[in-house]
Design a protein around this ligand. Structure first.
Ligand code: ATP
Ligand code: MG
Length: 424
């Protein structure tokens, strides 16, 4: 026999037993987003490679070493999207969504990065992302954070920590950058290879390093605060006061940075201590410079993205009942006549009780085998139909998840009996 082919390293299947949890997560998030007037946009998974080079920037981990890039049959360089912001901005520009208007958009789907796979870090992973355009003030930044807080509430996740920081404006960062480079040069013996490489190109990004040996040196590094202008301070202050009044707790983390020039002011992350090193479940920020960098007129923009695998991992522990699944009814059908009648009966039940999940046994099998399948389906009740039941116009209803006695029900009362017992 030929050797069977397996999934690509770092890319995973979501199996049927896990998909209930994914649907719960996606359903709750999209409902919260809808309740704030956000609308879904769907972009292609492939984009021109230049889009990511121009948006994410050449001196980032993503563009330097993580992208899945290849030439298509025409010789165009294409890339599997490593994140959603670039494609969303591209689509919004291309379709004129940014002219004299505000937009609140969200998207969902797989992203691809050639990283070292480990718990919470995969090569194909899912994000739900939100991008807003045309709103330069701190009001929308605050709204986005309130949206995320409400999402955690809707998911039953109550121990995420909100970290907040401001990166000021590009000009404010220029002065800071010089101070930071001087500090790092004075401590160059403590820098790892990656950081030394970034010193010339992207020194802010060094602050974001996860290397524990650099921790103490980074903690003592100068902060941006001193270089912030009045407007940047007021911007952050508005957000903090809104969160205070709304009862959303946060910590200001001056080490929270993004390395890219198009970022401005607000950055935030939601983190958990329960996922080891991969503790960030949601990261967001303002990127007022990006649209212009991609060739458009300047447009204010702020957004966030959450990693769904990490949220699923949290939900598995924190909210296991979210994963509960199972049919309402499994029809155990004994013989050809019962099979036909049973399937038609199931149609009538679906007409009468919309939303009820009914599985008909197909593929035959002994009573024992059918009841075993019924049990495995997670169904609350088995409904038995055989020659005897066909003759006296009844069915047997057997509870599978409780110790209620089984009962024989006349067909004409079946809908009512089920409606009473399976009310939800
Ligand atoms: P990290 O610091 O964990 O590498 P990042 O800064 O690269 O994250 P973003 O690009 O901001 O991450 O993506 C937003 C979110 O998407 C992250 O907070 C995380 O939850 C999730 N995410 C990012 N990369 C991966 C990955 N390789 N596998 C699973 N989830 C990921
Ligand atoms: Mg990363």
């Amino acid at each position: 026999m030929a050797k069977s082919i397996q999934a690509i390293r770092g890319m995973h299947d979501v199996l049927p037993e896990q998909s209930a949890l994914w649907q719960f997560l996606e359903g709750r998030v999209s409902a919260v987003l809808a309740s704030y007037g956000y609308r879904e946009i769907r972009m292609p998974i492939l984009e021109m490679t230049d889009l990511f080079k121009r948006s994410i920037g050449e001196v980032t981990d993503i563009v330097e070493k993580e992208m899945y890039t290849f030439d298509d049959r025409n010789g165009d360089s294409l890339t599997l999207r490593p994140e959603g912001t670039a494609g969303c901005v591209r689509a919004a520009m291309e379709h004129g969504l940014l002219h004299n208007q505000t937009q609140r958009l969200w998207y969902q789907g797989p992203m691809f990065r050639h990283e070292r796979p480990q718990k919470g870090r995969y090569r194909q992973f899912q994000q739900i992302g939100v991008e807003t355009f045309g709103m330069p003030g701190p009001d929308i930044d605050a709204e986005l954070i309130l949206v995320t807080a409400r999402i955690w509430q809707a998911l039953g996740l109550d121990d995420l920590e909100l970290q907040l920081n401001t990166l000021g404006t590009a000009q404010e960062r220029a002065a800071y950058r010089a101070e930071l480079v001087a500090y790092f040069e004075a401590h160059s013996e403590l820098l790892d290879d990656d950081s030394r490489r970034r010193l010339g190109s992207n020194p802010l990004r060094i602050l974001d390093s996860k290397n524990p040996e650099m921790r103490a040196m980074l903690d003592a590094a100068p902060a941006l605060t001193r270089h912030l202008g009045e407007e940047s301070k007021a911007h952050l202050d508005f957000i903090c006061r809104t969160l205070d009044d709304a009862g959303v707790a946060y910590v200001i983390n001056p080490r929270l940075v993004r390395g890219l020039d198009y970022y401005s002011r607000t950055v935030f992350e939601w983190v958990t201590g329960r996922l080891g090193a991969q503790g960030t479940v949601c990261a967001g920020g303002r990127y007022d410079g990006l649209v212009e960098q991609l060739g458009g007129k300047p447009v204010a923009a702020v957004g966030f993205a959450m990693g769904l695998e990490r949220l699923v991992a949290l939900l598995e522990e924190a909210n296991p009942q979210a994963a509960a699944y199972g049919a309402d009814l499994y029809l155990v059908l004994d013989g050809d006549a019962a099979q036909r009648e049973g399937m038609v009966l199931a149609e009538r039940l679906r007409d009468a009780l919309p939303g009820l999940e009914i599985i008909c046994n197909c593929g035959g099998g002994s009573m024992k085998a059918q009841f075993k399948r019924a049990d495995r389906s997670g169904a609350h009740y088995a409904l038995l139909l055989g020659d005897r039941e066909l003759q006296d116009g009844r069915v047997v209803l057997k509870p599978l998840r409780s110790d209620e006695a089984q009962l024989s029900v006349e067909r004409e009362y079946l809908t009512r009996t089920l409606a009473e017992r399976l009310a939800r």
